[in-house]
Design a protein around this ligand. Structure first.
Ligand code: BES
Ligand code: MN
Ligand code: ZN
Length: 492
């Protein structure tokens, strides 16, 4: 975990200093670089930092990064794009700077000071988040000693109460995203449903989030037919984890439901190898819910949150469920199974119907649910579906606050039509066209008419390309910032 703190002035402790370059009337100007520092810099180098930076191509364009060695320190000049950058631009610019210090894969230095000359809480928060998100590295599974990475980021700004809260928000938010990334990147042999339940417990307990784990016998007793069917092909049985954060003074109650398929082989409807390659990340929804509820507790948000992690491993075997099986979901609905690779909606159906029994004010599920979502929106935009316009707008507003890309898709009559069954109450699919909509229409059947949003993060949860700016290779933690923004907005 990387520390984030606040300092009133630039101290000499940091090995790397990031300062901003803003567009000016005639020429760009440095911001956050104190005069006395520049005097001593000029003594050592015979020119000002601005001159030195300009000589090697520094520019005020957003995200242009130049590194100027200064003894055993490094001064980093980053273009801010605007004279008063908005939080999203700032987050991106700082991320470019932190990545630029050592390039994509290497580890950054130990201690970075961000001195950008911006004192407002939104800028402080954005800068802190940008740095911590860009500095994330997965620690490889290895017995060998790993090089030490970045330990601390210090934001230089006037240290008043709102600045301190902004740092606290940035620290909790970025730490949550990085925790979700760590879970998603953990190899599937080392993260069976029971292991993920254990990790959830280990993260939740210190944050005073209550934990309840339903094991296989408890799932049988509770009639969780979706989880039992999907997990039935694996020797490593399913789990349903309930996490509760219920602070005094809370008014709203939000239930979060996460898809936690620790590995999705497709089951008997086996995926081809290329499609299976990234399916260790099919538990990203559960990781996001876990990270978000822990952050809500760390930030002491006055909102009641219940998170349900629906955990199973989807494998083919002699005990695996079949296409055309009829499965009874927790609420008693019978489902004709369309395809064993459409497993996510079955475990979510169990968890949604259980979550709905508590009558929360809002139900939100998040899942790497459909390849069809990736065809519709690509990998850098998430899909949101909702029971009504107000709920959709609530999610889209949270996403905008958080700086994450979401786009609303509809639940159409055509999609509902695809779920008709001759042998059960409902079928789990049956139409490839608009497949993301069909999945959403299925899930809605288990929401008891409550205000509900469904977030399909397929493709965006796992970056198969290169790291850039905020985005690492592998697990991205997409959705964490939006859920935290949503919970913050609902807190009393
Ligand atoms: N986990 C996959 C969806 C997915 C695909 C996520 C690629 C991320 C990247 C899901 O369980 C799945 O296999 N969905 C099927 C559903 C179909 C059989 C109705 C799909 O999208 O092909
Ligand atoms: Mn699948
Ligand atoms: Zn899946």
């Amino acid at each position: 975990m990387i520390e984030l703190d606040l300092a009133g002035r630039l101290s000499s402790q940091a090995d790397t200093t990031v300062v901003g370059l803003r567009p000016g009337g005639d020429a760009p100007t440095l911001s956050g670089w104190p005069k006395d520092q520049d005097k001593s810099f000029a003594k050592r180098h015979g020119q000002s930092l601005l001159q030195a930076a300009r000589l090697i191509g520094a520019s005020a364009d957003q995200g242009v990064v130049r590194v100027i060695p200064d003894g055993d320190r490094r001064r980093v000049v980053v273009g801010l794009g605007q004279s008063q950058p908005d939080p999203e631009s700032l987050r991106q610019a700082v991320a470019s700077a932190v990545r630029g210090v050592t390039g994509g894969g290497d580890r950054p230095l130990r201690h970075i000071a961000l001195s950008l000359g911006l004192d407002d809480p939104a800028s402080i928060r954005a800068a802190g988040e940008g740095a911590l998100l860009a500095a994330y590295r997965f620690t490889p599974v290895s017995a060998a000693a790993q090089p030490a990475g970045l330990e601390r980021v210090t934001v230089v700004a006037a240290p008043n109460a709102s600045a301190r809260r902004a740092v606290e928000l940035a620290r909790a938010t970025a730490t949550a995203v990085n925790r979700a990334r760590d879970l998603v990147n953990r190899p599937p042999n080392l993260l069976a449903p029971a292991d993920l339940a254990e990790r959830a417990t280990a993260l939740a307990r210190p944050a005073k989030v209550k934990v309840e784990v339903l094991d296989q016998p408890a799932l049988v007793r509770g009639g969780y037919g979706g989880l039992l069917a999907v997990g039935g092909g694996s020797d490593r049985p399913p789990r349903l984890v309930k996490l509760s954060w219920a602070p005094r003074g809370a008014q709203a109650h939000v239930a979060l439901v996460g898809k936690g398929i620790t590995f999705d082989s497709g089951g008997l409807d086996l995926k081809p190898p290329a499609a299976m390659a990234t399916m260790a990340s099919d538990m990203a929804g559960a990781a996001v819910c876990l990270a978000a509820i822990v952050a809500a507790a760390e930030l002491d948000l006055k909102v009641t949150v219940t998170a349900w992690l629906a955990l199973a491993e989807n494998l083919p075997s002699g005990t695996a469920y079949r296409p055309s099986d009829v499965i009874t979901i927790h609420d008693g609905t019978t489902v004709e199974n369309y395809n064993t690779d459409a497993e996510g909606r079955l475990v979510l159906a169990d968890a949604l119907s259980r979550a709905g029994q508590d009558k929360p004010d809002l139900l939100v599920d998040i899942a790497t649910l459909t390849g069809a979502k990736m065809i519709a929106l690509g990998n850098s935009t998430n899909a949101v579906f909702a029971s009504d316009d107000a709920t959709a707008d609530q999610l889209l507003a949270a996403a905008r606050d958080a700086g994450e890309a979401f786009w609303r898709l509809p639940i159409t009559a055509e999609a509902r039509q695809a779920l008709k069954s001759q042998v059960a109450d409902i079928k789990s699919g049956g139409r490839r066209e608009g497949g993301a909509l069909v999945a959403a229409a299925f899930l809605q059947r288990f929401t008891a008419g409550l205000p509900w949003a469904h977030l399909d993060i397929a493709g965006a949860a796992f970056n198969t390309g290169e790291a850039h700016d905020l985005l690492p290779a592998g697990g991205t933690g997409t959705g964490v910032r939006t859920l935290i923004a949503l919970l913050t907005a609902l807190a009393a």
